[in-house]
Unconditional design. Structure first.
Length: 564
């Protein structure tokens, strides 16, 4: 009688490709990539690297992946490094190429899931640096539900122009300043040349730093992993410790589903509100929650915003960059403060195998004289800056970023554009005036396809000095670097017959962040007339990844997921 195989809890998945006579061919292949006979008795850990030369955000991640692999090996497991893609939002911004940005989140998630699932890894370390590869990594981890740790590639240090710290958003806004005649073409070139001094993600509280902070608050990265410089000893230690941590998770049988509970997502929302984070976090947290079967919706952001003040004076609306926060202690002291005040739940499990409160026990408060993180008694804004709007123009919802600098209400007349490019041309040419509500439509998940970020138009508006005089609304989305009176993710989008498709030049649009309303001021008769005459446009793409995405993607109000 044939003896049954004994299952190894530490090799729950990998034993399927390493154990038994019938797996000799599998072992032969693994010998060729560096496995020894002893390695077949170890847990296998995939190290997903998003390294690429296409963007400074990820240009150093190959080195970080090797450090994570060293940590895995030191803890007694076998690391296997593999790659997935990244794209650059900053380089493609304002071009047709930006349509691939949000699509890349799904490609990254699908590819990590495919490799880890096929190769039967027992655990996973994923290292992301740019906006979409971070939520892409987390979506894959949630789908696979195997012990996993995320590592943030780290923030870039700012450039310096005439004694002032500059970054990528400084360049976008300088384009508008040059168009206005405020600076010369030479000065624009000087800013361009010094704004990005090396490796790391865009330096303000833009989408990359927002998502890194959110993932730390979820408990899926090590303490302060979300607030470290891209280059330095702290990030090297973080990678090595992440490798050790995932082996501990394997040994203890702790999976993402044990960590990614509903309360963890509410923690992430609270930290994002306190730090003044990106509107993209709404889209990504909804998608990540969907992947782990957690019920999360737009109203959860409203509820958390009502009790959470904005405390961080960080770009784009504030003064400081992420590396300034790193210098005074990172996100950990803020999280500890929010837990002590009852604004975050410190009793939830994290990838250390301990609770958030236990992780933060030895964390010291910020220095007394720092100006980056305000006390709760003197917030920048008493409630959260991410405001979910609804109304006849966005019955499924829309996301506004209201920091307090731009006011809480705006009423104006629509000036309508069918694409980002035509809107940008009009802004730079001076055709957008005080009192206009710029409407950019057919840029949603399906209509774009790909839901481009409107950083170029919003930066041009700021650069031309119209930040408080003009509003911009879109069924597309915004970069974390966008600021001003902006409303995105308007749902349903124009391409599926959402009311934004019916807006005409001169229509009155009212936006109120206090009542959380966004409305189109036309009569019921005119409303029905426009609705009846609207026709579904032909798809912009009929082949390839953009066409597949457009056919599969859901509404932005549910995270723009493709596996609903």
């Amino acid at each position: 009688m044939k003896k049954a195989k004994r299952k190894s809890l530490h090799r729950k998945w990998s034993q399927a490709v390493t154990d038994g006579t019938e797996r000799a061919a599998s072992r032969a292949m693994l010998h060729a990539v560096g496995f020894t006979n002893k390695d077949f008795q170890k847990s296998q850990v995939g190290v997903a690297s998003t390294w690429s030369q296409v963007t400074p955000c990820n240009m150093h991640i190959d080195r970080l992946a090797r450090r994570a692999a060293e940590g895995v090996a030191a803890a007694g497991a076998k690391p296997v490094i593999f790659n997935t893609i990244t794209i650059s939002d900053g380089i493609s911004m304002g071009t047709a190429g930006m349509r691939y940005s949000l699509v890349s989140r799904e490609i990254i998630a699908d590819s990590i899931e495919a490799v880890a699932g096929c190769e039967a890894f027992d655990g996973l370390v994923a290292i992301g640096g740019c906006d979409k590869n971070m939520p892409g990594c987390l979506i894959a981890m949630a789908r696979l539900n195997r012990p996993a740790v995320f590592v943030y590639g780290g923030t870039i240090k700012p450039g310096c122009h005439r004694g002032r710290k500059v970054d990528i958003v400084s360049v976008f806004e300088a384009v508008g300043q040059e168009a206005r005649g405020e600076i010369s073409a030479k000065e624009l070139g000087d800013i361009e040349a010094c704004a990005i001094p090396g490796a790391g993600s865009c330096g303000g509280m833009y989408t990359a730093n927002t998502m890194a902070s959110a993932i730390e608050a979820l408990g899926m990265s090590l303490p302060n992993s979300g607030a470290q410089n891209a280059v330095g000893a702290a990030k090297v230690r973080d990678c090595r410790e992440a490798g050790r941590a995932v082996v501990n998770l394997i040994q203890r049988g702790i999976r993402p589903s044990d960590i990614l509970v509903r309360e963890a997502f509410l923690n992430a929302i609270a930290l994002i509100m306190a730090m003044g984070g990106s509107t993209n976090s709404v889209l990504h947290l909804l998608a990540m929650a969907h992947s782990t079967n957690v019920k999360l919706n737009l109203d959860d952001f409203t509820r958390v915003a009502a009790r959470t003040p904005v405390l961080a004076d960080l770009k784009p609306s504030g003064q400081h960059v992420m590396s300034d926060l790193v210098a005074i202690g990172g996100t950990a002291p803020l999280m500890k403060r929010l837990i002590e005040e009852g604004l975050m739940n410190g009793d939830l499990l994290t990838v250390t195998g301990k609770t958030m409160k236990e992780n933060l026990r030895g964390i010291r408060p910020y220095p007394a004289k720092q100006t980056i993180i305000r006390p709760l008694t003197n917030p920048i804004k008493p409630t959260g800056h991410l405001v979910i709007l609804r109304g006849n123009l966005a019955p499924e919802g829309a996301v506004a970023k209201i920091t307090g600098h731009e006011g809480v209400r705006f009423s104006g007349r629509a000036i309508v554009f069918e694409s980002e490019e035509t809107a940008l041309d009009a802004i730079l040419a001076g055709k957008v005036k005080k009192g206009h509500v710029v409407v950019i439509r057919y840029e949603g998940p399906r209509g774009g396809p790909g839901m481009r970020e409107m950083l170029s138009p919003t930066s041009a508006i700021m650069g031309r000095g119209l930040g408080k005089e003009v509003a911009l609304i879109t069924d597309g989305r915004f970069s974390g670097g966008s600021h001003g009176f902006v409303v995105g993710h308007i749902s349903p989008e124009a391409a599926v017959g959402g009311p934004i498709a019916w807006v005409k030049n001169g229509d009155r649009i009212d936006i109120d962040a206090e009542t959380r309303q966004i409305d189109l001021g036309i009569s019921a008769t005119e409303w029905k007339k426009r609705q009846a005459t609207w026709k579904t446009p032909k798809p912009r793409e009929t082949r390839g990844v953009l066409a597949k995405y457009a056919r599969q993607v859901g509404s932005a109000s549910f995270g723009a997921v493709t596996d609903a």
